[in-house]
Design a protein around this ligand. Structure first.
Ligand code: NAD
Length: 255
C-alpha cells in the first residue's frame, strides 16, 4: 500500500475520521493537506501526526460548501505542493430532524457540506487529475445511512444517498483518465460526531450489541480502508461502496 510521492487532500481532517484517514495516508508515505473549517488547533494536531510520520503536512482553512473558498483551497495546494493525487471528501455534519419539522436552513446546512462540498472538491480535483495525466483517486466518506434510512435523519440520509450516486457518476466519467472513485460507508465510529456513544455508556453497550463484531469502530478502521483504495492494491476498484461497519448493515432492515 505504498503511497510514497503522492499528495493527498483530506477535507474535515481536524478531528475524528478525517484525522484517522490523514494519519493512515501519511503512514503509507503520502504528503497530506489537512482541510478544516473552524478548528485550527485540531488541524495543527493532525498536521503534527503527519509530520511525526515523516511526511509533509499543510493545514488549510476552508468551508467546503462555499465555491469561492474551495477554489482558494485548491489554489493554496497548487502553490504548496504543485500536484494532487488523492482527494478524500470526508467533511460532514449530522442533524436534520423529522422532515415535516425541518427548516430549510437545517436541510440546506447538511446538504451544503455533505453533498455540495463533495461536488465542489471533486470538480476541482478532477480537473487537476485529468490535466496531470497520471490517474488518481477520489474517496467519498458516506455512511451506512446512504442505504439505511432513519426517521429523524432525513437531510443526512438524503445527503449520503446523493453522495453514493455522485461517486458512481464520477467513476463512470473519470475511468478513462485512470482516476478511481469509491465510496467508504462507515457504521458507528467513535468520534465527536457520535457524542451520545461517547457520553452514554448504556447507549454504547446497547448499540455495540447490535453490531455483529460487538464493538464500535475507530477512525483507524476507516483510515486503513481508504489507504487500501488509494494504493496500487486498490487499483481495480471503482464506483464501489465499501461498508466498514463491523457487519452492522447485515442487521438492516431490523426485524
Ligand atoms: P467529526 O465531527 O469529528 O468530523 C467532521 C469534520 O468535518 C470536522 O472536522 C468538521 O470541522 C468538518 N467540517 C464540517 N463541516 C465542514 C465544512 N463545511 N467545511 C470543512 N470542514 C467541515 O465527525 P466524524 O465522525 O469524524 O465524521 C467524518 C465523516 O464521517 C462525515 O462525513 C460523517 O458523516 C461520516 N460518518 C461518520 C460516522 C460516525 O459514526 N462517526 C458514521 C458514518 C459516517
Amino acid at each position: 500500500m505504498d503511497l510514497g510521492g503522492k499528495v493527498a487532500l483530506v477535507t474535515g481532517a481536524s478531528s475524528g475520521i478525517g484525522r484517522g484517514i490523514a494519519e493512515a495516508l501519511a503512514r503509507q508515505g503520502a504528503d497530506v493537506a489537512v482541510n478544516y473549517r473552524g478548528d485550527a488547533a485540531g488541524a495543527e494536531e493532525t498536521a503534527a501526526l503527519i509530520r511525526a510520520a515523516g511526511r509533509r503536512a499543510l493545514a488549510v482553512q476552508s468551508d467546503v460548501g462555499a465555491p469561492e473558498e474551495v477554489e482558494r483551497l485548491f489554489a493554496t495546494l497548487d502553490r504548496a505542493f504543485g500536484r494532487l493525487d488523492i482527494l478524500v471528501n470526508n467533511a460532514g455534519v449530522g442533524g436534520g430532524g423529522l422532515i415535516h419539522e425541518t427548516s430549510f436552513e437545517d436541510w440546506e446546512r447538511v446538504i451544503r457540506t455533505n453533498l455540495h462540498g463533495a461536488f465542489l472538491c471533486a470538480q476541482q480535483a478532477a480537473r487537476r487529475l485529468i490535466a496531470q495525466g497520471q490517474g488518481g483517486r477520489i474517496v467519498n466518506i458516506s455512511s451506512v445511512h446512504e442505504e439505511a434510512c432513519s426517521a429523524g435523519g432525513g437531510a443526512y440520509c438524503a445527503s449520503k444517498a446523493g453522495l453514493r450516486n455522485l461517486t458512481r457518476t464520477l467513476a463512470l466519467e473519470l475511468g478513462e483518465y485512470g482516476v478511481t472513485v469509491n465510496d467508504v460507508a462507515p457504521g458507528m465510529i467513535l468520534t465527536p460526531m457520535n457524542r451520545r456513544a461517547q457520553e452514554d455508556p448504556a447507549y454504547l453497550r446497547w448499540a455495540e450489541g447490535q453490531i455483529p463484531l460487538k464493538r464500535a469502530g475507530q477512525p483507524a478502521d476507516i483510515g486503513s480502508m481508504v489507504a487500501f483504495l488509494c494504493s496500487e492494491a486498490g487499483a481495480y476498484c471503482t464506483g464501489g461502496t465499501f461498508f466498514v461497519d463491523g457487519g452492522w448493515m447485515l442487521t438492516w432492515p431490523p426485524v
